[in-house]
Design a protein around this ligand. Structure first.
Ligand SMILES: Nc1ncnc2c1ncn2[C@@H]1O[C@H](COP(=O)(O)OP(=O)(O)OP(=O)(O)O)[C@@H](O)[C@H]1O
Ligand SMILES: [Mg+2]
Length: 341
């Protein structure tokens, strides 16, 4: 079964063709990172307009790269939530129109399910075994999901405030490192020492909190520079040496990873039947985290961030679980916003 997956939830316009949920025939991602690097973050209206320009050429290229015509496509899958509303609308309206035009079944797929299913892509021989725990760590989410089987998700831990990816992005901003913060912190941390002690949040159970860590970095930088806590955060980068930036990046990265690994270990104690751990979402590209969790499944680094292949993969396993297609004429494609199966 060949599925065309379409993803536009944030600042990547993406489409891919995936066979039987695991074999990638094409994977086209047009990123808007260059546009938003200048602003240090995503501007929703600009993102939506960029999706509008890119979406049809991206879908066309995904078909050409896969050597497919519309006749070869069995279904269309599209991210319907969560994400930026204007961005999601471009993807869902495109997918609905294409489904009607080409008479294909349409599936509305949850973005976090797609991140999880990136772990099944190109992993036919060593695929994760159920029941499993999925650590979903991205720009907008930090969750631990318990999955007894395909397409069955229970949220057993979630962040009370910021997501870990957002924390990487905001700490990078304080340190004057380019957007997106995750890759630049990871790169800069290589030349740094983990010399600053940063606190771990005292949130009970499997829930997370990352807003305190972000503030802790801010206060530690102000203290290191001998500046008052009223000193504006956007100016601190002008006072930091390259070595100090690297040391803060290394110390922050180490602490963020320790927090994630600690909670995952607690999760494994709480769910002793778990047979494998999968890590998903943009932050799963982090090399130090991969080294800290040698037994966990990670997507190929290029599939950690947003892409259409993971949407097609998630859709395949939804179809296998008996999920029905969505009516392309119905607005019901929009309201579901959390994983509740
Ligand atoms: N190597 C890395 N180390 C740490 N974080 C990273 C790395 N690469 C990317 N990230 C982070 O991943 C996040 C982007 O991930 P992703 O694209 O999955 O998020 P999103 O789609 O915006 O949010 P969500 O998936 O929750 O809707 C950013 O916060 C980015 O800084
Ligand atoms: Mg994402």
């Amino acid at each position: 079964m060949k599925i065309l997956g379409i993803e536009t939830s944030c600042d990547e316009t993406a489409a891919a063709v995936v066979e039987d949920g695991v074999r990638i025939l094409s994977n086209v991602v047009v990123s808007q990172i260059d546009i938003f690097a200048e602003y240090g973050g995503v501007i929703p209206e600009v993102a939506a307009r960029s999706h509008l320009e890119a979406i049809l050429p991206v879908v066309d290229k995904a078909l050409v790269d896969a050597s497919c015509s519309w006749d070869d496509i069995d279904a269309i899958a599209v991210t319907h939530a969560p994400g930026l509303l204007g961005s999601l609308l471009i993807g869902t309206l495109t997918a609905r129109t294409l489904a009607i035009l080409h008479d294909k079944p349409l599936y509305a797929v949850h973005h976090l399910k797609s991140h999880v299913y990136a772990n099944w892509l190109n992993a036919e021989e060593t695929e994760p075994v159920f029941p499993l725990l999925a650590l979903v760590i991205s720009g907008g989410h930090t969750q631990i999901l318990y999955m007894p089987g395909h397409n069955q998700f229970e949220i057993v831990g979630t962040t009370r405030d910021d997501a870990v990816g957002e924390c990487f992005d905001k700490v990078a901003k304080i340190l004057g490192l380019p957007y997106p913060g995750g890759p630049s912190i990871s790169k800069t941390a290589k030349g740094g020492s983990e010399k600053y002690n940063l606190p771990h949040p005292k949130v009970k159970g499997l829930d997370f909190s990352f807003s305190g860590l972000k503030t802790a970095v801010l206060r530690a930088v102000q203290k290191e520079l001998g500046l008052p806590i009223t000193h504006p955060s956007h100016d601190l980068k002008n006072h930091l040496s390259q070595q100090q930036v690297a040391d803060f990046a290394a110390s922050f990265q180490k602490t963020a990873i320790e927090i994630l690994v600690e909670k995952l270990k607690m999760g494994l104690e709480k769910y002793p039947d778990v047979k494998s751990v999968v890590v998903a979402g943009g932050v799963s590209a982090n090399k130090a985290l991969r080294e800290a969790l040698p037994d966990a499944y990670f997507p190929a680094p290029a599939l950690s961030g947003d892409n259409g292949a993971m949407v097609a993969a998630a859709c395949y396993f939804e179809i296998k679980s008996g999920v029905e297609p969505t009516d392309p004429y119905s607005l019901n494609i929009y309201p579901r916003i959390s994983i509740e199966d």
